[in-house]
Design a protein around this ligand. Structure first.
Ligand code: SF4
Ligand code: MG
Length: 337
């Protein structure tokens, strides 16, 4: 399968008064066409910064892309595009859904206007065609009576309905890539499930390639085919959903999964906090960034950052335990496995 996105050795820093924060420290992954990829990890691990850099949504300054490339659809390196070129790609080939639709929707504009704007601007549709498409999109995302709803303002919609509107806006231009950053976090549990069902249905229907950023393992199990686990600005493990859930290799991934008593219960599980705090990204440690919290840390972990080791086709992890000379450690066994 072809890749819609190839992120290679991406490095992103932020300039602050206190110095430079290395938010993303050499991240590499790819997304195949029609695939849903989940990026998981604690807050501050660089997952949102990575997503927003792919869409070039963070102004520079304060953010600086320090290195690497983001090849989109086999042609362009997003890193090198001008603001204007990027704006046209964002409106037509990439779509993004954020955590809180209230802050990303314009409260002073009707829903209809917010959907049609991009269609007129980027797709060259007439106002009438755009209106028809907007109604069609609202129906597709399950908004009843779209002909009337299109005249209404965001505050006249419930939280779940607003997120449906955001999805309609993001999908209206038929984007090749959809990035959803914690799309259900602000919603209550029943609505969360509806939105995830909707996203899965839309992915099957439209074949869109999706990156979903989440701390919710249920969302991962429901929606994604592959998983990237991030810690302290790096990818520490990546593989298929089965690789990550049934054969995880990195102690950080073990920690993330530990709270889940049975794999069948994965659908109800959130990531639990792991003891300790992530390292200070003003001055990242020289060895493995997880060492201070890792029960398996060895001397070498404090000295040298581990490279990714292949576990299986498409499955790799960055941990010294995978080195051939490393001691064999007993993996945490989950109750019910
Ligand atoms: Fe733990 Fe060492 Fe592996 Fe890092 S490299 S996760 S410290 S065992
Ligand atoms: Mg975030």
């Amino acid at each position: 399968m072809e890749n819609i996105l190839e992120v290679k050795d991406l490095k992103v820093s932020f300039q602050t008064y206190a110095g430079e924060v290395q938010a993303v420290r050499g991240v590499s992954f790819h997304l195949r066409k029609g695939e849903a990829l989940a990026i998981v990890g604690e807050s501050g691990c660089g997952k949102s910064v990575t997503a927003q850099t792919i869409m070039r949504l963070i102004p520079s300054p304060p953010s600086i892309i320090k290195g690497g490339s983001i090849i989109f659809d086999g042609k362009v390196d997003v890193v090198t595009l001008s603001g204007k070129q990027m704006e046209s790609i964002r409106g037509s080939e990439m779509g993004m859904i954020f955590q809180d639709p209230m802050t990303s929707l314009n409260p002073t504009m009707t829903i209809g206007k917010q959907i049609t704007e991009g269609l007129v601007k980027h797709q060259g549709l007439s106002k009438d065609e755009a209106r028809k498409r907007a109604i069609e999109m609202l129906r597709l995302v399950g908004i009843p009576n779209p002909e009337a709803r299109i005249q209404q303002y965001p505050h006249q919609f419930s939280g779940g309905m607003r997120q449906r509107v955001m999805i309609a806006i993001a999908l209206a231009c038929n984007p090749k890539l959809l990035i959803a950053d914690e799309p259900t976090t602000a919603l209550d549990v029943t609505v969360q499930a509806q939105i995830i069902d909707l996203m899965r249905e839309l992915q099957e229907k439209t074949g869109a390639s999706i990156i979903i950023i989440t701390h919710d393992l249920g969302v991962v199990a429901d929606l994604a085919q592959r998983v990237v686990v991030m810690y302290a600005g790096k990818v520490v493990e990546q593989g298929s959903v089965d690789d990550i859930f049934y054969n995880p290799q990195h102690p950080y991934t073990w920690g993330l999964l530990r709270s889940v008593p049975r794999l069948d219960d994965m659908k109800k599980a959130d990531l639990i906090p792991i003891d300790g705090t992530p390292p200070d990204l003003f001055a990242p440690p020289k060895g493995c960034a997880f060492a201070a919290r890792c029960p398996y840390a060895m001397n070498i972990c404090l000295e040298e950052d581990p490279e990714h080791q292949k576990v299986d086709e498409g499955h790799s992890a960055a941990c010294w335990l995978l080195h051939e000379k490393a001691p064999r450690v007993e993996r945490p066994v989950r109750v019910g496995d």
